[in-house]
Design a protein around this ligand. Structure first.
Ligand SMILES: Cc1ncc(COP(=O)(O)O)c(C=O)c1O
Length: 490
């Protein structure tokens, strides 16, 4: 059941909200101030005596200050050398060093761009003890705590622990059976498919992107997508091609147009409770997307980490078994510290995928795999998953109470919501003002994969606070800020 909360809006609102800002506001190479990042730079006054390193520090400073944003295009090496009257070799060194530090990345044949890689930690704050953190999507840890304690005791009572201490082949026989049981219960079609176990979905994404594409290839993604994908693409030298979205996620027509140009090597799609917009694809939409990937024979990752929140919907992967690489983890449904994820791929890819896993981490930790398997066989993982979904529904109801009168996208039991900001705010100004009041949320700019300016919106992760009281406290602060903004504007 799809519930999009759309309050205070007109009919054309959806396109305004999900599409980027109007063409006049679109970011182009020419309207970015290419030299803004050098503002205040004076080589003679720098503490860093080596010029190219001083310039890299300046670049980093400019990114931290927000003078440069993820996706901004930088001047060429030659232009930089001319602008600063320095040797081209020195300018090249600046860019090379900045690339090595992950500050910028090169798009093949298109130039150098500011990466979202260094801001990933800003978009998603794993720990911030001073603030109420609504910037990370995670389940309620307390729900799984008792079960974890039980299974840890059960493990401690085991006398044969050698298998958990040894190198193994990416999961024991028991772990592979547990994976099979879990995936079957989630409704994933496993015929002619193989299962690989990796260390969290982020790792699974890296493994699959490595298996299915090469440096310089184009990967189609939603035009607002999970920043972990953006950072991987930047790091691995893949170009992201933004596919337009509507209230059901990725739009078939936009995907078809991109595929028809023949430049898409693979696709990553989140069909259920999309991060960040919480969009859920209907069955008809899943079939439409599957039809296109089959027509163009394009492999795709069905990143289904939130699929358990809509158990009535078949996985997108099921509609195109030959092209699909299904990926899910226990991070959102059970708890993220397990770092257990499953890849379901066409049989012939098994050797390649397992080789990538081995190459990157050798194997997922046997100890946490054993815990995950025990939780699955005892039915406790399913119990935790059900309780998480119920808790998410409760929190969405709380959010609805406090955000009444404002516009946002969500589902009745999503872990997060996508709040559309009144015109008086930009995403950054809203995030900063909230942070000053002790609440962290994530700006739309961190999710934006297109070359257009992101719409004014923020992602709010409702499950992150430890208690409902804490969430209510944060929601009151958010509501007050929104109202103040509107009142000051009158
Ligand atoms: C869409 C999506 N895919 C993958 C991940 C990574 O999950 P994991 O913690 O299993 O690495 C996340 C985490 O937020 C996510 O939102």
């Amino acid at each position: 059941m799809l519930r999009i909360v759309l309050l205070m809006m007109d009919v054309g609102f959806m396109s305004k909200a999900l599409n980027k800002q109007s063409t006049e506001q679109q970011k182009t190479d020419t309207d970015t101030d290419s030299w803004a990042w050098l503002s205040g730079f004076n080589a003679r006054k720098c503490k860093q005596p080596i010029l190219y390193l001083a310039l890299v520090e300046q670049l980093q400073y400019a990114i931290e200050q927000g003078w440069l944003r993820a996706g901004d295009k930088l001047a060429t090496h030659r232009e930089l050398s001319q602008h600063l009257q320095i040797a081209v070799a020195t300018a090249s060194k600046v860019y090379r060093h900045a690339r090595e530090q992950g500050l910028i990345h090169a798009r093949v044949g298109r130039g150098s761009y500011v990466s979202s890689f260094p801001v990933l930690g800003k978009a998603i704050r794993a720990h911030d003890y001073q603030s109420i953190n609504l910037s990370i999507i995670k389940p309620q840890l307390a729900i799984g705590e008792v079960f974890l304690a039980q299974q840890l005791q059960a493990l401690a009572a085991q006398t044969q622990l050698a298998d958990l201490m040894d190198y193994n082949a990416q999961g024991s026989y028991t772990d592979r059976r547990a994976a099979f049981e879990w995936l079957t219960a989630q409704g994933v079609a496993l015929d002619d498919k193989s299962i690989s176990i990796c260390s969290g979905a982020q790792h699974g994404l890296m493994v699959l992107i490595n298996c299915l594409s090469e440096y310089g290839d184009n990967i189609a993604v939603e035009d607002y997508c999970y920043p972990g994908i953006i950072s991987l693409a930047n790091q691995m030298g893949r170009n992201l091609v933004a596919i337009e979205m509507d209230q059901q996620g990725m739009c078939p027509q936009s995907l078809e147009d991109a595929c028809a140009q023949g430049k898409i090597k693979m696709l990553v799609v989140v069909a259920s409770h999309q991060n960040p917009t919480a969009a859920v694809m209907s069955i008809a939409r899943r079939k439409a997307i599957a039809k296109i990937v089959k027509k163009y024979a394009i492999p795709f990752i069905d990143d289904d980490v939130y699929g358990f929140l809509s158990p009535q919907l078949p996985a997108l992967a099921n509609f195109a078994p030959k092209q699909s690489f299904y990926l899910t983890s226990l991070s959102k449904s059970v708890f993220p510290g397990l770092r257990v994820a499953y890849i379901v791929a066409p049989e012939q890819y098994k050797i390649r995928i397992d080789a990538q896993i081995r190459q990157s981490i050798w194997m997922p930790a046997p100890l946490t795999l054993a815990l995950a398997s025990k939780l699955i066989f005892a039915g406790q993982a399913a119990d935790i998953q059900r309780q998480q979904s119920e808790q998410a529904a409760k929190r969405q109801r709380l959010a609805a109470q406090f955000l009444v009168g404002f516009s946002y996208f969500s589902q009745p039991n999503s872990y997060h919501l996508w709040l559309l900001l009144p015109d008086v705010f930009t995403s950054e100004s809203f995030c900063q003002a909230l942070e000053q009041r002790g609440v962290l949320v994530s700006s739309s700019t961190y999710f934006n994969t297109s070359e257009q300016v992101a719409c004014a919106a923020v992602r709010i992760a409702l499950m992150a606070p430890n208690s409902e009281d804490e969430l209510v406290f944060a929601l009151k602060i958010i509501r007050t800020l929104l109202k103040e903004g509107m009142d000051n504007h009158k």
